[in-house]
Design a protein around this ligand. Sequence first.
Ligand code: 3PG
Length: 208
Amino acid sequence: MKIEEVLSRAPVIPVLVIEEVGHAVPLGRALVAGGLTVLEVTFRTPVASACIERMIAEVEGAVVGAGTVIDPAMRQAAADLGCAFTVSPGLIEGERAEGPVPLLPGIATPTELIAGLAAGFDHFKLFPANVVGGAGALKAYQSPFPQAKFCPTGGVTAANAPEYLALSNVVCVGGSWVAPADAVRDGDWDRITRLAREAAGLRRPVAA
Ligand code: 3PG
């Protein structure tokens, strides 16, 4: 699956920081039940790899990827786990679009965007989106960078996601708000499904 196919599956990609392996499958199922089928499991906890393996094996309908990939070895590790995609908060030196698994690199400036395009990428994570210019920055990127598409992430919420999704160069947004830490800790999967359903309903306007 190409990165554009992954990103166009749902308007919101949940960014997940999972502390316990036992949470992975019910969390993934709760999100998929709400309509969010693309799941980014960040490499930020010791159990992240085990969580990814469990989700790939047991969460039907999920497209599972790895986030917080910050070096080539982590991209390879994600590929070895069977991830469908990877996400980085920035550009990884030497990494190109071609590789063992699709990569969505992060950018925060036009200079980084130019470097990313030169490395063959055409889809980027704007990160941290709300800090580096938000929807205004992405709107300003449309004219000089018509070939670039974005998944803004970082400070995105149900309240400001529609502003991003209204832009023609935004494919989807990423965010952690659909899987609040307290809901995961308490096993409140129904709450997570409700948040996912609300997020999945954030459709892109037709004539953005
Ligand atoms: C991250 O990498 O943590 C994501 O950008 C999520 O950001 P958020 O918690 O502001 O949604």
